[in-house]
Design a protein around this ligand. Structure first.
Ligand code: ATP
Ligand code: MN
Length: 255
């Protein structure tokens, strides 16, 4: 249609969508016109100068690498037509910050994007290593790229480490959970070896994927915290780390 034609014309002129970009392939079926327009507006504002390859295609979102005025960034784009968006409901409709939102698919996804941005801000302010949020609008979030020269840090699940290294990361992750709880008043609610990246050079864990993180007054906060703790325990068991859930919870709640 006419709108699409305009976008195509713009695209031909723009440098942000390179011919070989995996974005072009993904975009044909995945992104709607308003999402493409939004990306152009981010380009006009300098947040994106060049959109690079796809980093990940998840259940609800695609993550792309890009460079812009802030350096290397990750562009997380929630798909409006994501089939699993219903799964978002418990994490957002009961979060006291978001109880007033309309329940349409689009509104939930937009609120989710806002929530991830706000959560990243709170988490960064709490002294936890996490992507610094840069900007967001509608279904697109731009954040600091956690990696170097276009290569993202590996996730915890893919890092080869001995028991001694594992202990260091374990302690750090429990401390991150404490800061998240005590300083940011948040529970991650999807914490696992998949949502923790490792900066090997600095020996630091990086917490990502915080869209579903809830405030402590969320009715399921306790249950989500317990699940996070069990995930972390399960992962580190193979490195000889065994700690009582009760003792871990005490550490996390320690002011
Ligand atoms: P999933 O559905 O697979 O859980 P998701 O769609 O919720 O994922 P994320 O977990 O936030 O999205 O990101 C998916 C992957 O993209 C991560 O595992 C990580 O490899 C990469 N990634 C996300 N954010 C960043 C970032 N800021 N810097 C570098 N890589 C990132
Ligand atoms: Mn994830």
């Amino acid at each position: 249609d006419k709108q699409m034609k305009q976008i195509e014309d713009k695209r031909a002129k723009s440098r942000i969508f390179k011919k070989d970009s995996s974005f072009l392939k993904a975009e044909e079926n995945v992104f709607d016109v308003p999402t493409l327009k939004l990306l152009y507006s981010f380009a006009n504002k300098g947040y994106i100068n060049e959109l690079g390859g796809s980093i990940s295609t998840g259940k609800e979102a695609n993550v792309f690498y890009a460079t812009g005025n802030e350096g290397e960034v990750a562009v997380k784009i929630y798909r409006i037509n994501s089939s699993t968006f219903k799964a978002m409901d418990p994490y957002i409709l009961k979060d006291p910050r978001f109880t007033h939102i309309r329940h349409s698919r689009k509104d939930i996804i937009f609120a989710w994007t806002q929530k991830e941005y706000q959560n990243l801000l709170r988490i960064s302010k709490a002294g936890i290593r996490a992507p610094r949020p840069i900007t967001c609008d509608r279904n697109v979030l731009i954040m600091e790229f956690m990696g170097e020269n276009g290569v993202a840090y590996p996730s915890l699940k893919d890092v080869k480490m001995d028991d001694e290294d594992a202990r260091i990361f374990y302690d750090q992750i429990i401390e991150d959970m404490r800061r998240m709880y005590v300083r940011a008043s948040l529970v991650h609610a999807d914490l696992s070896e998949y949502n923790i990246l490792i900066d090997i050079e600095k020996g630091e864990a990086v917490i990502i994927d915080v869209g579903q993180a809830v405030t402590l007054n969320h009715p399921n906060a306790r249950e989500f915290l317990l699940r996070d703790v069990e995930n972390i325990k399960r992962f580190f068991r193979k490195y000889g780390i065994e700690e009582e859930t009760k003792s871990i919870l005490e550490q996390i709640k320690q002011k």
